[in-house]
Every structure is written in C-alpha cells, then in structure tokens.
Ligand binder design. Structure first.
Ligand SMILES: Nc1ncnc2c1ncn2[C@@H]1O[C@H](COP(=O)(O)OP(=O)(O)OP(=O)(O)O)[C@@H](O)[C@H]1O
Ligand SMILES: [Mg+2]
Length: 351
C-alpha cells in the first residue's frame, strides 16, 4: 500500500434519527412520490421558513433532493445551526423516502436508473448498454487518448430520446482545462441527427480556474441542474487542479479530503437528479509487483472508492483507441477498440 492510500480520509456521514415508521405504499405510489418530491420547493418542507431557506440557498442547497443528500457537517460549516441542520435534512430525506427499505423495494427504485449510450456500439457493449445514471463513470488515460472527445459525444447522446439510448435530457460540462469545443459538438450533433442550435443550447458550460472554483461551481449547481433538466454531469478533468495546487506531500491529506468531498457532492447530485456522472482523469506510471511500470489513474483510493466504473483509454495506431473496463460493480473486465473521427467516437463497423 502506498503512502497516498494511508492518507486518504473518508468523512463519516451523520444520519439524523427519526422515530416515524415508513408507511407501506404501492410501487406506483412510490414512484409517483419519488418524482413529485424532486420538484418540491425546500420552503415546502416543515421547519424551513424563509430565513432558513435563504441560509440554505447561500450554502448551495436550493432543492429537496440535494438537501436530502447533504450531511449535517456541511450545513453547520456554512453557519446553519446544528438543530436546524438535523431537522431540515431529516425532513428532506422523508420527503424523498430516503431510509430503510426492503431489497424488493430497492429493485423497484433501481429500475429508475437508466443507461446512457456512448453512441458507439461496441463501447456500449463493453458497458453492458451504456453509462449508468446515479453513478460515476471515470475515463482515464494519457494525453490525447480521447477522454475529452468521449465527454463531448456524451453531451450529444444524452439529448437523444430514450428509445435511441439517450436520456432525453441535457448536459452540464465543468471544464477545468479549457478544452471544451462547441464546434466539435456541432459535428457530433449532425452525426446523431440533432439540430445544431438546440443541441448547443442544451449544454450548460462552466470553466473552473482553480480547485476552489471547481468545488464552488458544483456546490451551487443544484437548482440549475433541476431547472435545465440535466441528466449528465461531466467534470473534465476532475483531479488535475487539485494535483497542481496541492503538490507537496504536506498538502496531500488536505487535497484528498477536498477531493473526497467534491466527488461525493458529484455523486449525490447524480443520485438526487437521476443523472449520469462522468469524470476524466490523468495517469501516472506506477510499478507493479514485478517492477514493471503501468499507467494508473491519479487521485489514490479516494477516487477509486467513489467512482463505480473505471475505463482506461489507450492509444493505438493513428485514430484507433482501445477502451478497457478496469472496474465495474457488476461487469467483467474487458476491452474494445474504437476510433476518433471527424464525425465522433465510432465503432469500426460504422466507418
Ligand atoms: N475533429 C476531429 N477529428 C478527428 N480527430 C479529432 C478531432 N478533434 C480531436 N481529435 C483527436 O482527438 C484526440 C484528442 O483527444 P482528447 O482531447 O479527447 O484527449 P484527452 O484524453 O482528453 O487528453 P488530455 O489528457 O490532454 O485532456 C487527438 O488525437 C485528436 O487528433
Ligand atoms: Mg482532455
């Protein structure tokens, strides 16, 4: 185990107590409640008056789903009293039925999860249909391997109707390297038969200049995600700013703690809004047990624990790339070729 791994810290989440027994409701009612709750104003929650709502909004919590997935510590750190924090989080959780449920009910709730097509048949096959919502998929690889190109294509495919593998929703692109190119979106929109203007309109973009800025943008994103019907949240690249700003060993613990909170926020937003989360990550060479160097994603165990699916992208000859599934909660490892072309990320047979 490396020193990095020893230093990774995981923040414990405090769970407020509730003495109310969960009510028995049918699947249909449960699903109705599930969706209705997503559109409940936080001021509709018992105990949230206008003054509390203002404090919560200033702290970045403007919707019930994001409040339900907040921690007490996050709210108290932003100046909200502990009793109020406990009460409002508990009420928000009740409103969207976050609590103990049976595994049978879990299957029903999980059926709300959707798959987002990559727009490339064999890439989708590798992922058993596409990227899962309410979870984070990481693409990692060396410079120019195609991570940003994949992110661009996902911004387009998320807008496709469900019958074409999309989520009929919009994308949020958090760019930390200034490499988002709307012109590329136009090329890809044409490939997928989408109108260019509206396709660009449906991508909400922000460039983050520092890690603090990156954190702040995501923390303030919840009502915008709801308002713009965002179903895909991309952070490209998620770790780079943290690595360059906290480069000394003495800053490692702080870096990992901030990164952990940031990735957790991303995951909670994805869960709250049934969105697919995507991060990109760079690689560093690490020796394996035989002393041979191999490219490994940056960010240590914090990243490894938070992302559910990891895909390594490596370069082949010319525009050929190989995607390798290296971590998945339910799929075997595997790999598949694809190509980066003028028209997008394509399966060889599409060419
Ligand atoms: N319009 C295009 N047509 C064909 N290939 C393109 C086009 N635009 C970019 N590419 C190819 O995409 C590759 C760059 O991929 P991308 O920017 O996604 O890499 P990356 O993995 O994000 O790298 P980094 O780590 O530097 O961010 C280059 O090989 C480039 O040739
Ligand atoms: Mg890139």
């Amino acid at each position: 185990m490396s020193k990095d791994e020893h230093k990774d810290e995981v923040q414990e989440e405090e769970i407020p107590e509730t003495d109310e027994a969960p009510e028995e409701i049918s699947q249909q009612e449960q699903q109705r409640e599930y969706f209705k709750a997503r559109y409940t104003e936080i001021t509709d929650l018992p105990g949230v008056g206008s003054a509390t709502a203002v404090s919560l909004a200033e702290a970045g919590y403007r919707t019930t789903p994001s409040l339900a997935t907040a921690t007490i510590r996050e709210l108290t750190e932003k100046g909200i009293g502990e009793d109020t924090a406990k009460k409002v989080i508990a009420e928000a959780r009740k409103a969207i039925s976050l609590g103990f449920i049976s595994a049978q009910d879990l299957i029903k709730i999980r059926s709300n999860r959707k798959l987002l097509t990559t727009g490339c048949a064999n890439f989708d096959q590798l992922l058993n249909g596409g990227l899962e919502t309410e979870s984070i998929t990481e693409f990692y690889g060396e410079n120019g391997s195609g991570k940003t190109q994949i992110c661009h294509q996902l911004c387009v495919t998320v807008q496709l109707p469900e019958e074409k593998g999309g989520l009929n929703g919009n994308a949020l692109y958090l760019d930390t390297e200034g490499t988002f190119h709307p012109e590329r979106i136009l090329q890809m929109a044409e490939t997928f038969g989408l109108e260019p203007g509206p396709t660009l309109e449906n991508i909400v973009y922000a460039e983050a200049f520092t890690s603090e800025h990156q954190i702040a943008l995501l923390e303030a994103a919840d009502d915008m995600i709801q308002e713009h019907k965002i179903r895909l949240i991309i952070v490209d690249s998620a770790i780079a700013q943290f690595r360059s700003e906290y480069s000394g060993r003495e800053f490692l613990a702080t870096r990992q703690q901030k990164l952990n909170a940031h990735l957790n926020k991303l995951l909670r937003l994805c869960r709250a809004f049934n969105a697919a989360g995507v991060i990109t990550n760079q690689v560093v060479d690490r020796p394996d047990s035989y002393g041979q160097n191999f490219p490994s994603p940056t960010g240590g165990h914090i990243v490894g624990h938070t992302v559910h699916t990891r895909v390594f992208i490596r370069k082949g000859r010319a525009n050929l790339r190989i995607a390798k599934l290296t971590k998945s909660p339910s799929l075997p490892e595997g790999e598949t070729p694809f190509r980066i072309t003028e028209t997008g990320i394509l399966h060889e047979e599409n060419l």
